[in-house]
Each structure stands twice: as structure tokens, then as C-alpha cells.
Design a protein around this ligand. Sequence first.
Ligand code: G4P
Ligand code: NA
Ligand code: NA
Length: 194
Amino acid sequence: MKLLKEKIEREGRVLSENVLKVDSFLNHQIDPVLMQAIGEEFAARFKDAGITKILTIESSGIAPSMFAGLTLGVPVVFARKRKSLTLSDNLFSSKVHSFTKDVTNDISVSKDFLSNEDVVLIIDDFLANGQAALGLLDIVGQANAQTAGVGIVIEKGFQTGGSIIRERGVRVESLANIKSLVNGKVEFFEEEPT
Ligand code: G4P
Ligand code: NA
Ligand code: NA
């Protein structure tokens, strides 16, 4: 997505060979105009998939998800992160380990908001090691719902998440796919890596 890549080139800051900071439009301050364009792009890519619900994870997945939900005319559910879960039999939950932060969070979604009649589009801001996406896929599975695919704003294609998710036969659509962050420079893949 050209608009997004240009924004990353202008405002993204390469913190290391592995981390891109995009606090000015996605992770802290949010650019609503760009988020709307991103939401519309996800909606266009999945328009024939029969989506009934968008599933994301707090907090940075919510903004792009809202605009995709608005365009597709479906609700947006966000998984909540908890250090430890108060026992509840009304929750689908999964463990998500962050290699970046070296913490494991339980993520959870109320059973009231996902069912076996749903066709789910999973959306998140970043795809790095894929653990958040795997947790969300696990939750969709527990609900016996269908997964239409995963929409990612920024994939770091040099990390393993994209291939882990695609190897499971899940459709992954990333709007910007980064090939490398070496030497302080953002280099994109032209197309989805296979
Ligand atoms: P994974 O789910 O792909 O395995 O990712 P990982 O554990 O490595 O990521 C942990 C957090 O860091 C996630 O946000 C993820 O979106 C974010 N993240 C990963 N790589 C980058 C990066 O290069 N740049 C930025 N800006 N973020 C990155 P989170 O902790 O869930 O936070 P939030 O959604 O509340 O923002
Ligand atoms: Na994040
Ligand atoms: Na995130």
C-alpha cells in the first residue's frame, strides 16, 4: 500500500535491525486519515470472504480494525491482555508469548462475542514472530468459527511470523512488508514473500 509505505519512509524510525518505531501514526499518536485508508484496503481485499466479525488485540490493532469494520459493516472485537486470568468459563483464552518483551500474556475474548456462525478477519498492527496472530487463531478455533484470513498493517517479513501463519494455510494480507531494517534503512518487499 503506497500511502502507508510513504508514511513509514517519512516518519518511521529504525531503532535497531529488528524494531521500527511508528509512534507518530500507529502506536501512540494515530493518523485517522491513514487508518481509514488502511481499513478500506483491508475491506477491499476481503470483500468477498463473507466476513461477519473482525478480531484484533488491544491496543494498537483497534484503530485500523475500526475502519475495516466500518467499511465492511461488521463489529470489531478486541482480545484483552491480562497477566493472569480471573477464572471464568465465559471466556475463550490463549497464551501469547512475546519474544520481544519476554513476557507471556493471557489474552481473552468473551464467548458472548464469537460463535460458530462467525467468519472472522483477524487484524493486527505488526506481524513479527506471529505469536499474537497464533493466539487469535487459537481463539477463533475454540469458538469453532471460520478464519477468513489475517490482515496486518506492517509485516516484518525478515522475521518468522508470516511464514508460520501462511504455512498453516491461513491467508495473510500485509499492507507493508519489510524486507530489512539494516543500516537504519527501511527496505520493503515488492510483493508478498512466498
Ligand atoms: P508477535 O506477536 O508477532 O510474536 O510479536 P512480538 O511479541 O514480538 O511483539 C510484541 C509487541 O511489539 C506487540 O505489540 C507488537 O505489535 C509489537 N511489535 C513487534 N515488532 C514491532 C516493531 O518493529 N515495531 C513496533 N512499533 N512494534 C512492534 P503490543 O505489545 O501488543 O502492544 P500494543 O498493541 O498495545 O501496541
Ligand atoms: Na504494538
Ligand atoms: Na500489536
